[in-house]
Structures are given as structure tokens and as C-alpha cells.
Design a binder for this molecule. Sequence first.
Ligand SMILES: [Zn+2]
Length: 472
Amino acid sequence: MKARTRFAPSPTGYMHIGNLRTALYEYLIAKSSGGSFILRIEDTDQKRYVEGATEIIYNTLKTVGMNWDEGPDIGGEYGPYIQSERLPLYQEYAHKLVELGGAHYCFCSKDEADEQKDEEMNIKFKDPCKNIPLEEAKARIANGEPFVIRQNINKKGKATFHDVVYGDIEIDYDELDEGVLLKSDGFPTYNFANVVDDHLMNITHVVRGNEYISSTPKYNLIYEAFGWTPPIYVHVAQVMKDAQHKLSKRNGDASFQDLVEKGYLPMAILNYIALLGWNPGTEQEIFSLEELEKIFDANRINKSPAIFDITKLRWMNGCYIRALPFEEFHKLAEKEYAKFITRAINAEELSKVLQPRVETLKDIEEVAGFIETLPTFSEELYINKKMKTDVEIAKKSLALALPALEKLENWSNESLFECLKAVATENGLKNGQVLYPVRIALTGLETTPGGASEIAAVLGKEETLRRIKQAI
Ligand SMILES: [Zn+2]
């Protein structure tokens, strides 16, 4: 069966990692069956509307290569794909549902805040308006009385349904409340708009957070009243920061943009979240989106909450950085250099040194900060047992290296390395006794990305000589 799935985000202004994972699973369910992935914008909650937020959704999906087959910007057979443009549809279907006995007109002054309170206190609101004869209700509406449309929960006993991840689920009808489907302003609630849209758009699989499991029988009652077939349900566990806490916006680590901002590559993030709650059944961990499209199987989604492991993401990001074509890494790295390096350097040489050594793009400033500003350091740094150097040997080596470097014309890593090696040989020193002090003099750091000759190549002749003179 060719699946039709939809990603239906609200334009909130940021892409939560959990939402992006939902989108990815929806995308993969569609693509692994040769089906279609649909983008639908759920903007009926006007209070939550954020300017420019739809663009963030578009850009995020495009950046990671999750292209949609139908959507607000490209259209499709089942449009419009923005809920606020579908209001007449919801109204039509809500009134139809009343006629079919799945809902009723309600004139209570109960507002949304009350509903929220009921939900929190676990009170199931049973609406007295259910007993108003339909003709009377219609007369009151014709008279201009404000109304909402509420769902009828008439069934008793247990509702059952199947979920791909959680198996067969039973929920007592008594636990379902007769919630609002269409508000007095003519806007649908999430619960209603989703069902109508999923049916009208021929959606076959619905992926969503497991917090919706308990509401699913309500959706099924709506499908049943209309005589529609419900979709296949795929409820997924929450993404957690740790065993107790959800990944939240407040911690600044919950959104795709936050992670990109922190130097993670979009495709590494996508690869990581694919495995956050799903396992391929093999040891393989690095997957391109194309590979995932081929092998994804929703039956392998885990029931237990997924814990977002930043250490694992760092590792994975390092793999992606190392796998980048050099030119691509260099382009990304140059943007980072521009943030903290003002002097003229051999940027390509620096990128060569850094690509195998950093795990995120943000690491660059941390490990290469010495290029802009030489840190003040203690001479004790010259003392190194393994390199057989101490302060005295170091000062002597630097004094010997200086004239050799002053004479050197081809300022490349290779010829710098040969030059410094020659200084050692000609003076009866070990290579390390020259290379190590030069590296310390140029960086002021015990550990650095790259050796003496690589760093000298990055710094350029003038700055290298200046730092060595300063050290002598
Ligand atoms: Zn009522």
C-alpha cells in the first residue's frame, strides 16, 4: 500500500526536535512505501500564531531534504493545505456531524479556561445541552444565540483500537469528555480539524505523540459517525532530556535551530533523531536520508521514551564533519573563522588541521582561539619529558629555529616541517626538541590542533616570527 502521511505542525516559530522526529517518521513511512508526504499547516489556534513561523517550517524541512509532495506552497489535489483557509469545510462537517448524531449544539457559557480546568482536574464534562431537541437548538441558533458544537460520547464500555507501536489499546468511554469540536467563533478545535483533514486528504497513517493515545477513541467516534475509515495509528514516545524531564524549549536545547546554532550539521541531527526511538535492527548508525527511505519500518519504533543524548549527537556530528568533502567543510569553517579571527591567515591550512579534529562547528573557536590571541603562558609549559625538553633547551631551539625560518621562502606545512627537522639534525637535537618548543611558542597551549609546522603555516611568516621572537 502506498502510504499518504502528513506533517501538520502549528506555526510556533521553532521546530522542536520531537516534532521534527515525527515529521521524519511520517516522511519515511510515506517514502518507504513509495507514497506521498503532505505538509499541512495547523494555524487555527490564532493565539499561538507567530509571524514568519511557516517559513521556519519550510526551511527546516528543506534543509534536511525532507521535501513534501503536497503543501501550502506547492498545492496538490487535496488543498488548501492551511487550516485557516479550510474554515467553511469544518463548519459544514460539524453541522453534518450533529445531523448524524455524533455531536450536538451547546449553548453553555462554559469557556475554554473551564474546559482546561476540567481536564486538569480530570472531570469529564457532561453537557446538559445534549437533551435540547435539535429543532429547538436550530431555532435558538437562527435567533442569533451563540453556540458551540460538542461531541457526543454516547457509548458505554471499552473503546478498542490498534496502534502500530503500542499494540491493542482499550480505553473506557467514560473517560472521554464531550469536548468542543467547533468553537463559537466558527474555528474548529484541533481534535475535530485533524479528523476532517486526515479523512479529506486521504491520509493513511497518522504519527503523533503518545499523549494522544487517550484521545484516539474520540477521533474514532467521529470517523464512525461519518462512516469513514480511521487511519493507521503510530503513536510515538516522548523525547526526554533525562528520565524525568521532557526536552523543553526553555532549556535552549529542544529545537532544530538551537542545535544548528550550536554547530551541529543538519544531516547529522536528522540521522541522530531517526535513531531516537527507532532501531534499524543492525549495528549500523550512520544513515543518509536515502538509506532510511529504503529500510525504515514503523514496526521497529520503540515504546519507551527516548533520551536525547548530546554526547552521542556530538560523536555522530564528528563523523559527519569528517565525511564532508574538504571544500564543503572549509566553507562552513570560514564562517566560524570570520567570527573570531581578524588577522590574515592561511585559512585552508587551518581547515585541513581542524576537519579531522572537531566534533561541532562551535568547537572551532574553542580550539583555534590562540590564532587570534596568543594566550599568556608559563615557561613551565616547555618542560616535557616525552619530548625531552625543558626551558633551557626550548629557548636554545627557538633561537636556532628563528634564523632558519627567517630565511625560509616556501611557507608551506611540508617545507616548514623539513626546515625545523633540519634545524634539529644540524644541531644534534631530536626533532621533538625543536618542534615542541616552536609549537608552544606559537600557541601557548599544551594540546593544539596540528603540530608546529601546520600552525606556522596557518599563522603565516610574519606572525610566526613575531611569536618566536617574543618567546626567546
Ligand atoms: Zn451545553
